[in-house]
Design a protein around this ligand. Structure first.
Ligand code: SF4
Length: 340
């Protein structure tokens, strides 16, 4: 073990606590460190999380409102019409079903609920009408925060969705720009960046992150973090590739637990004030799932993901209770009902 490494981590941590930044070069050094130093990194990341995000965590959930046969060819995605997978295919779910899922998520303690649809933007009157109905129903029947993830947006669509009552827009960059040609060929990285900018300009809170473990290098993970920082994204979901049978990424090996934790730590250092939410692929951490918060995460997605199952919600709520982490926007009463 090298004392200089411990000292360098401490120096960077102190600089961030004093309001400074970690450089991209330091990020590349940190993410490539031997896992022997992970406990020290986690101690620093935990300090940054507590200082900048407090002891509350954000919990959100999503509903997949329309699935399968997507026009885009994202290599990781079971819903792409370009791959042969077992992902379900269905048109818009009923309004009542969406409301029921949102109310259930609120019962669990989630503060935000995402309306997620396959496809690349809101293009037809049918889609606009359906989304308007969804947001009206959600406003009428739940106080949960309203998010959506609908693909590319231009400024007009961003304004329209905001006027419908959408509060947050989720749009992942997926990976580094230098790796994006391995991820998708039917749309460009610039379209992703433009979408984030349009949503921000419309006054929406933007949630944008990516998927790690798609074959990108460690440097490219830092490149993604640098782009998110440049775009001033304040809410960053991190997913870890869950290779889906039938997709071009099916044969990739899932990331190892220590590699996942080190990536979370490094994102906390690169984006010390951001909400860092852990979403798909969390189960690859196995028994180390609760360590995401010590590694700097400040939020978690509960329930099921788009085409894959999440962990039992009761287990997640118990984990938060054991860690003495309070869910932001939750009440003790609501959690008392759900945590047995
Ligand atoms: S990630 Fe979204 S845009 Fe890409 S194929 Fe899947 S559903 Fe379509």
């Amino acid at each position: 073990m090298d004392n200089n490494i411990y000292q360098r981590i401490d120096k960077i941590t102190q600089r961030l606590l004093d309001g400074g930044e970690m450089s991209g070069a330091e990020g590349r050094w940190m993410i490539a460190l031997d896992h022997d130093y992970l406990p020290w990194l986690m101690a620093g990341a935990d300090r940054l999380r507590k200082t900048f995000r407090g002891s509350e965590v954000e919990v959100c959930a999503i509903a997949n409102v329309r699935s399968g046969n997507c026009s885009e060819d994202c290599s990781f995605c079971g819903q792409s019409g370009h791959h042969k997978t077992a992902a379900p295919k269905y048109g818009y779910i009923k309004n009542e079903s969406l409301v029921k899922q949102a109310q259930q998520a609120r019962e669990w303690g989630a503060s935000d609920f995402g309306v997620v649809s396959k496809g690349w933007g809101v293009r037809s009157d049918k889609e606009r009408t359906q989304l308007k109905e969804y947001f009206n129903e959600l406003k009428d029947h739940s106080d949960i925060g309203r998010c959506a993830s609908l693909g590319a947006l231009d400024r007009e669509s961003a304004d329209m969705l905001k006027n419908m009552g959408m509060e947050n827009y989720h749009h992942n960059l997926e990976s580094a720009e230098s790796f994006f040609d391995k991820v998708c060929t039917t749309h460009t990285y610039q379209e992703n960046i433009d979408t984030i900018r349009h949503a921000q300009d419309a006054g929406l809170r933007v949630c944008a992150g990516g998927i790690l473990g798609m074959g990108e290098s460690l440097d490219q993970r830092i490149e993604l973090a640098e782009t998110l920082r440049r775009l001033n994204v304040k809410s960053v979901p991190l997913n870890f590739l869950n290779p889906i049978e039938g997709t071009p990424m099916a044969s990739l090996k899932p990331m190892q637990p220590q590699e996942i934790l080190q990536a979370i730590c490094t994102f906390r250092y690169m984006l010390p004030k951001a909400e860092i939410r852990i979403a798909g692929g969390r189960h690859f951490l196995g028994d180390m799932q609760s360590m995401i918060f010590m590694a700097g995460a400040s939020g978690v997605m509960i329930g099921n993901y788009l085409t894959t199952q999440g962990r039992q919600v009761q287990d997640d709520l118990k984990m938060l209770a054991d860690l003495k982490l309070t869910i932001r926007g939750d009440t003790q009463q609501r959690r008392a009902v759900t945590v047995q």
